[in-house]
Design a protein around this ligand. Structure first.
Ligand code: NAD
Length: 488
């Protein structure tokens, strides 16, 4: 077991240093082997209170630094993360289950986010608005919002912490991170890098623990004006409903994302995209393809090619087989939900095309493994077509008219991402205009990039991350109306 896990086990990162948490302990397991790799201490009310107080004290000094200073700290953080990327990826694979190479890619993207927001930090400016009366001027200022609580899930333990951390640091907000109780060590390693980057004590903290006690205590705290949350729609709604005061909320929530494939699609490309976005990270991606609608004339061909490509995916223990396509699932709950959605679809008449069970062999005996699975001839009576599975299962259905496919794609409480493959210009424009989601990807499946805003609609959330817009979520406006008298 890496030395870093022994060092960080049971620790909180508060006031710029690691302390041994005094609360009750929770085990952290490697889902590929069902082995305990360490533990976290659940932050106590006293630890939470002192952490928030330290963050509040750090706020104005950090926010009043020249943006250039905050940018340099972010660049330094990015460089430190790049340098230690392999060790960080190993820890992520141990706690999350994704193959090492994929974890390494995620760490490198976190480093990119540091550099991106370092560059954005120095380009935040206000406006001067002309007034109707001479002698007046309106200045529009942007001010850092204050202490932010970042509450994050386990599927992308580095990036989902990083997007919030980088934007908050760039804006001048202290941030208290409550990572998922299943993947705390990646967050603690990021905290260690902020310390090495010289970011002042109190500006970044990590408090571990479960959501109901530690997460909720941060939501409830009167000195935290903004909650940046990524997680399930159910928890997001709970946070919104339980907020005891008016707070700024950004809620990046669940999805049940559709892919549309028309007869005008480049079929091999559509198949490649379907495989990647249905099964990467074992389907544990908010923007995973959960359901696919294929025009009837190419339905059988698509299914044959999709099944053949899916069967070629290599599953393995992500440390022993770093280049595997798929690792273990991160947790028991999504594995159970995958089985439930599969059984529900089969009971309601779906046809199993491939997968449907755990892979066989000793290597898979203890871990949370499941074969990537496709069910065909699905209807909207089936859970897989209406609810987020968050596992390696996708439902496929034929359609006759694009109108019907778009209506079905929109027939869900979610509005996160949608995908379409077609080379027909009219179809492209219709999909772009009529799919009721925050992110549409056409003829590829990589819906999010660092430079453009990313967020959901409907029950998929409010607010955005990424891009300039993601940074502006950490500011509030101030209008200063000045009577200088010149020209009056
Ligand atoms: P979850 O909602 O169970 O937990 C997310 C975080 O919230 C964890 O840190 C948890 O401890 C905390 N939490 C739980 N109850 C809380 C409460 N009452 N108050 C405050 N915090 C609380 O989600 P999960 O199972 O960890 O993650 C999977 C979900 O995340 C999926 O639904 C997925 O779609 C979603 N997700 C969304 C995005 C996005 O960008 N939209 C990205 C990744 C994951």
């Amino acid at each position: 077991m890496p030395e870093v896990l022994a060092r960080l086990s049971g620790k909180q990162f508060v006031q710029g240093r690691f302390i041994a948490g005094e609360g009750g302990q929770l085990a952290v397991r490697n889902p590929a082997r069902d082995e305990v790799i360490g533990h976290i201490a659940v932050a106590t009310p006293a630890e939470i209170a002192s952490t928030v107080a330290a963050a509040l004290a750090a706020w104005r000094p950090w926010a009043s630094q020249p943006a250039r200073v905050r940018a340099e700290a972010l660049h330094a953080l990015g460089r430190l993360i790049e340098t230690d990327a392999a060790a960080m990826a190993q820890v992520m694979t141990l706690e999350q289950g994704k193959p090492f190479n994929e974890a390494l890619g995620e760490i490198r993207k976190l480093a990119e986010a540091c550099h991106f927001y370092a560059e954005e930090a120095v380009r935040v400016h206000g406006e001067i608005i002309p007034n109707d009366q001479p002698g007046y001027q309106s200045l529009i200022l942007r001010e850092a919002i204050g202490v932010v609580a970042a509450i994050t899930p386990w599927n992308y333990p580095a990036e989902l912490v990083g997007w919030k951390l980088c934007a908050a640091l760039a804006a001048g907000c202290p941030i208290i991170i409550k990572p998922s109780e299943f993947t705390p060590f990646t967050a603690l390693m990021i905290a260690e890098k902020t310390q090495q980057a010289g970011i002042p004590a109190g500006v970044v903290s990590v408090l571990n623990g479960d959501g109901a006690s530690v997460g909720q205590a941060l939501v409830d705290h009167p000195d935290i004006p903004k909650i940046a949350f990524t997680g399930s729609s159910r928890t997001g709604l709970r946070i919104q409903q339980s907020c005891p005061a008016i707070k700024r909320l950004s809620l990046e929530l669940g999805g049940n994302c559709p892919l549309l494939v028309t007869r005008h699609a480049d079929l091999p490309q559509a198949v490649q995209g379907a495989v990647r976005r249905s099964f990467r990270n074992m389907g544990q991606i908010c923007i995973a393809i959960n359901r696919i609608y294929v025009e009837r004339t190419v339905y059988a061909d698509f299914l044959d090619q999709f099944a053949a490509a899916t069967r070629k995916l290599i599953i393995g223990d992500g440390l022993l087989n770093p280049a595997a396509d798929l690792g273990a699932m991160a947790q028991v709950a999504p594995l159970q939900k995958t089985r439930q959605h599969l059984q529900d679809a089969l009971d309601k008449g779906a046809r199993l095309v491939t997968g449907g069970a755990a892979p066989e062999g000793e290597a898979f005996g203890k871990g949370l493994f499941f074969q990537p699975s496709i069910v065909a001839d699905c209807t909207h009576e089936m859970l897989v077509m209406r609810e987020e599975t968050f596992g390696p299962l996708v439902g496929v259905a034929p359609f006759d008219r694009l109108d019907d496919a778009i209506a079905l794609a929109n027939d869900t409480p979610y509005g996160l991402a949608a995908y379409a493959y077609t080379q027909n210009l009219q179809e492209i424009h219709r999909c772009a205009a009529e799919l009721d989601v925050g992110n549409v990807a056409i003829n590829h499946v990589d819906a999010g990039i660092m430079n453009a805003p990313y967020g959901g609609r409907k029950q998929s959330g409010v607010g955005v991350e990424h891009g300039r817009e993601g940074l502006l979520e950490y500011f509030q406006f101030k209008h200063v109306r000045l009577r200088h008298g010149v020209g009056a």
